[in-house]
Design a protein around this ligand. Structure first.
Ligand code: NAI
Length: 478
């Protein structure tokens, strides 16, 4: 078995945490039990590109329990939990000397070049008809992007030129594609031809899929898992409510109460972040570009301001927008001594790290991995978390199991949908059918002692729904 992780001797610790997580992931575990005999994913070769955490380990082992073969990479250079990766490589029946688990290519602190190598390994399936997967499970869209870029360059028949790349990261992608074009000129085209679909985890990846669909370049069907209600209204909100302050605390141990915190963006992630900071006693200020979200923030009791209004007085700055260039170097120059700057959005382009590094005379120092001080020439110091990458996974362990049980139950059902019903999903982007969304919520009620009221038939008829659901029209917003 081929794989690359940091340290296989961490597998026993990883296995203990996986066992604890299984109890906290009732949705995923009941899906495992429900489909154990049917094996709906038998024949599926799933390439996963998603944070290699303990919770993801439970997802991977669920996919395997449903019949799939799986290869995995993380979708961020800092988010892997090395003990989880080791346990997945070793597998429940293997040992570090005789690993028998799933080929996983992930460790905490990859370089960008290693990151794209890992993604390529997860997409490369030795001894299979196309040398690739027939399903992708993506978070942020990087695995999907690599396949699409590969096909694009193979179609054009032109070797990509890394010197034309607009970022260091894109230069690595072009270098990789340059090599594969030389080694196997139809690698990605061949591989894409057998992919039945992708299920995408997050807002930013979904955004990329809709863009490709409107440009007419999307190569296979996709399920937008993010916009399942049981995903974005839970993971993005309550998950970040938990893991944002976990990241800030583990990184800095600064008392949040009494401080002024600025949350950029009041979407699902921003709402959870603002609530978590307020819960710690911070005075929270929100920035928004969307009048609806700005009004929501105001009615939730937050001051809504612009960065310029508060840049020199606030203590903690957290970007949650999924947009780029939110905090620029010039803004950081105006912040006060020992202000904390971090991002929880998917990509690292919300904070202008390149611009910060270019300030003349600035000195970067590592306090500990993923926590750096940046000392300005005038002596002022900023604390930057996870080098501008998502801090809840870089500085802490991401969302807790219970909330990820919802997201990953959605993911598993989406994989089953696309893999078993290809005729129902021609190339396009779909959301999970509402009855499955409701099913995922239902699977989590017992664990919390929730007693649901059952509709009486005449009540169901009166509001125009079936007694068994779905209970809301598709346009309902929750
Ligand atoms: P969303 O679209 O619900 O919210 C983003 C908000 O930012 C929107 O309300 C938008 O109007 C606002 N915004 C955009 N540009 C802005 C600007 N220049 N200034 C101020 N506000 C601005 O998206 P969601 O679901 O909240 O996700 C945000 C990001 O977080 C995405 O990149 C997503 O992929 C990522 N994410 C990260 C997670 C994590 O665990 N770290 C979990 C879930 C999502």
């Amino acid at each position: 078995m081929d794989f690359k992780v940091a340290d296989l001797s961490l597998a026993a610790f990883g296995r203990k945490e996986i066992t604890l997580a299984e109890h906290e992931m009732p949705g995923l575990m009941s899906i495992r039990a429900e489909y154990a005999d049917a094996q709906p994913l038998a024949g599926a070769r799933i390439t996963g590109s998603l944070h290699m955490t303990v919770q993801t380990a439970v997802l991977i082992e669920t996919l395997v329990a449903l019949g799939a073969d799986v290869r995995w990479a993380s979708c961020n250079i800092f988010s892997t939990q090395d003990h989880a990766a080791a346990a997945i490589a070793v597998g429940p029946n293997g040992t570090p000397e005789d690993p028998q688990g799933v080929p996983v290519f992930a460790w905490k602190g990859e370089t960008l070049e290693e990151y794209w190598w890992c993604t390529e390994q997860a997409l490369t399936w030795p001894n299979t008809p196309t040398g690739g997967p027939n399903m992708i499970l993506d978070d942020g869209g990087d695995a999907t992007l690599l396949v699409h870029k590969g096909v694009e360059f193979e179609k054009a028949g032109a070797a990509p030129d890394p010197s034309t790349a607009d970022s260091e990261e894109y230069a690595y992608i072009l270098t990789l594609l340059n090599r594969t074009l030389g080694e196997s000129p139809q690698k990605w085209t061949q591989l894409a031809s057998e992919i039945r679909g992708v299920t995408e985890e997050t807002t930013t990846g979904v955004h990329r899929l809709y863009e490709m669909m409107s440009e007419g370049t999307l190569l296979f069907p996709a399920i937008n898992v993010n916009d399942a209600v049981t995903k974005s209204k839970f993971d993005n909100k309550y998950g970040c409510r938990h893991s944002l302050i976990d990241g800030i605390n583990r990184a800095t141990d600064v008392l949040i109460g009494g401080k002024t915190a600025v949350v950029f963006g009041y979407g699902d992630v921003g709402k959870g972040c603002a609530e978590s900071l307020r819960g710690q006693g911070a005075r929270v200020i929100v920035t928004e570009i969307d009048p609806i979200c700005a009004l929501q923030a105001a009615m939730d009791g937050y001051q809504v301001a612009t960065l310029d209004d508060v840049v020199s007085s606030a203590d903690i700055f957290i970007t949650t927008t999924g947009n780029k260039d939110i905090i620029m170097a010039a803004d950081m120059a105006k912040m006060k001594h020992q202000a904390i700057v971090g991002n929880i959005g998917h990509f690292d382009n919300e904070i202008d790290m390149a611009g910060l590094a270019k300030i003349e005379g600035i000195v970067k120092d590592e306090v500990k991995p993923q926590v750096h001080t940046w000392k300005f020439p005038d002596g002022k110091v900023l604390i930057v978390l996870s080098e501008g990458r998502l801090l809840n996974l870089g500085n802490a362990t991401g969302h807790p199991s219970f909330v990820m049980s919802n997201s990953f139950a959605d993911q598993t059902l989406a994989q089953i949908e696309l893999f078993t019903k290809p005729a129902e999903y021609p190339t396009g982007v779909y959301v999970l059918p509402k009855h499955l969304d409701e099913k995922v919520a239902r699977l989590h009620l017992d664990a919390l002692g929730v007693r649901l009221t059952t509709l009486r038939p005449e009540q169901a008829a009166y509001i125009g729904v079936d007694v068994a659901g779905p209970y809301k029209p598709d346009h309902y917003r929750y």
